[in-house]
Design a protein around this ligand. Structure first.
Ligand code: AMP
Ligand code: GLY
Length: 439
């Protein structure tokens, strides 16, 4: 068996989970993580390939490419959307380096909301009615016209905005002020030069992530994340404060329906346009009284969904290679029974400004071995952490994602929260109601 050297691009909890999952494979010799965090480096251990951080930023495509060539990397796995939309996959492929993720053209499904909505409309994928504008007055006129029917609209910046580009509005006044911020004050710069105005839908949300080789589409267990900062879905939106999978209210028939109406037509449509989509396609879906409707696509694994999906998937490397080699129809996804839940520990102030450099206690040896023998179902995934003089300190808004796996969701949640109570840093904020109320 030829052993593989892998490069993981990214620095968050998602990338720690990817590195952990790939390191389990006996086919892996070594993993490099660029730039990684305090959790993504460990020595070779029995049954686990070593992981090493490399100080290269996720948007330094030239630096990443040079590193991959120098190290003869066999497989690169991209976590965040930014390098994908900058064309990292195209550049690696031109250099003959295998890489998992969509091309720059295919990444537009996340990189441009206008592209995604127009594409959904063309493909007949159920989604909220919409219109796109770059002119403030024209956008306001549309809002006035729409709000005669319904006062509730959603305003979205077209480009990447790290979760800050969506405004769910309760009345026309809120819509006007969102439009003013984006189109006149330009608070999001070029990302908000074009806005999409959508009809506001209602219902529970599901994150359905699928692997695809451009043709075959294989769903992961349906997941759900908690986007608001505070319990009871109060306060501002964040990157995600916790997640669980499988969502108990989403049965196999509903997953199949979302595959047939959203994910499969998206992959087929992208191939038909000549921009085949290879990688993970993540559909944010709302379960409305009219059936499942797509809110958005992401061109990558979700964060923190990955921290609950990968503990449930046992053949990640095999599936990633099958996607790249266009033979996903021959490789079934292997999953474990049971459920997984994750609780994000955030810095005080997040998603606004927050302090960094605060010592984190209670990680013990878990930051290296991740799971100890008697806690095989507890996973401490690092997100915004760094090593400072031999001590692990906070270095981001989302600091850790603590995942628990169990025979069902309550057991998984109990394990995750038991893990939360072992860890501490000053100002640590987390939600106490992850998975507490499933629809
Ligand atoms: P997005 O980044 O497009 O997924 O939007 C972020 C969040 O905004 C979603 O998870 C929803 O909670 C909310 N949202 C987006 N679009 C709509 C919509 N058309 N109707 C209601 N809520 C929406
Ligand atoms: N958890 C939402 C995202 O990854 O975009």
């Amino acid at each position: 068996m030829r052993l593989l050297k892998i490069l993981v691009v990214g620095a968050g909890g998602r990338e720690h989970a990817l590195t952990w999952a790939l390191a389990q494979s006996p086919q892996v010799e070594a993993i490099f993580v660029a730039p990684g965090n305090a959790g993504t480096s460990w020595p070779a251990l029995p049954g686990r390939a070593p992981a090493t951080n490399v100080p290269l930023a996720v948007d330094d495509i030239t630096g990443l490419l040079q590193f991959a060539q120098q190290q003869a990397i066999d497989l690169t796995v991209v976590g965040p959307e930014l390098p994908l939309t900058l064309g990292i996959v195209d550049q690696f492929q031109q250099a003959g380096l295998p890489i998992f993720g969509p091309s720059q053209a295919a990444s537009q499904l996340e990189g441009s909301k206008q592209f995604a909505k127009t594409f959904m409309q063309t493909q007949g994928i159920p989604t909220a009615a919409f219109a796109a504008f770059h002119d403030y007055e024209a956008a306001c006129a549309y809002v006035r016209q729409q709000t005669q029917r319904s006062a509730e609209l959603v305003i979205k910046a077209d480009g990447l905005a790290a979760g800050k580009g969506v405004f769910v509005c309760n009345n026309a006044g809120e819509a006007f002020s969102a439009l003013h911020m984006l189109l006149v004050e330009r608070t999001l710069g070029a990302a908000g030069e074009i806005v999409v105005i959508e009809e506001r839908l209602a219902g529970p949300e599901v994150s359905l992530l699928a692997f695809t080789d451009g043709k075959t589409v294989v769903a992961m267990p349906p997941a759900r994340d908690h986007k608001r900062i505070n319990d009871g879905d109060q306060g501002p939106n964040t990157g995600g404060m916790g997640a669980y999978a499988p969502a108990p209210d989403v049965d196999a028939a509903l997953v199949e329906q979302m595959m047939q109406t959203v994910l499969q037509p998206a992959v087929t449509g992208m191939a038909q346009r000549g921009t085949p989509y290879v990688g993970v396609l993540y559909a944010g879906v709302m379960l409305t009284p009219q059936g499942p409707m797509a809110l958005e696509f992401n061109c990558r694994f979700g964060d923190p969904e990955t921290q609950v999906l990968l503990p449930l998937i046992t053949n990640l490397l095999e599936v990633l290679l099958a996607c790249i080699e266009k033979r996903l129809d021959q490789v079934p996804l292997q999953t474990t029974t049971g459920a997984c839940a994750t609780v994000v520990l955030a810095s005080r102030g997040y998603p606004g400004a927050y302090p960094v450099g605060l010592p984190i206690t209670g990680l013990a040896a878990q930051s290296i071995s991740l799971t100890s023998a008697n806690q095989a179902d507890l996973f401490i995934f690092h997100a915004g952490t760094a090593q400072q003089q031999g001590q692990v300190v906070t270095a981001g808004g989302r600091v850790l994602a603590i995942s628990g796996r169990g025979e069902d969701l309550p057991a998984a949640l109990a394990r995750a929260y038991a893990g939360v109570h072992q860890v501490h840093f000053a100002g640590m904020h987390y939600r106490k109601d992850i998975g507490a109320q499933t629809p």
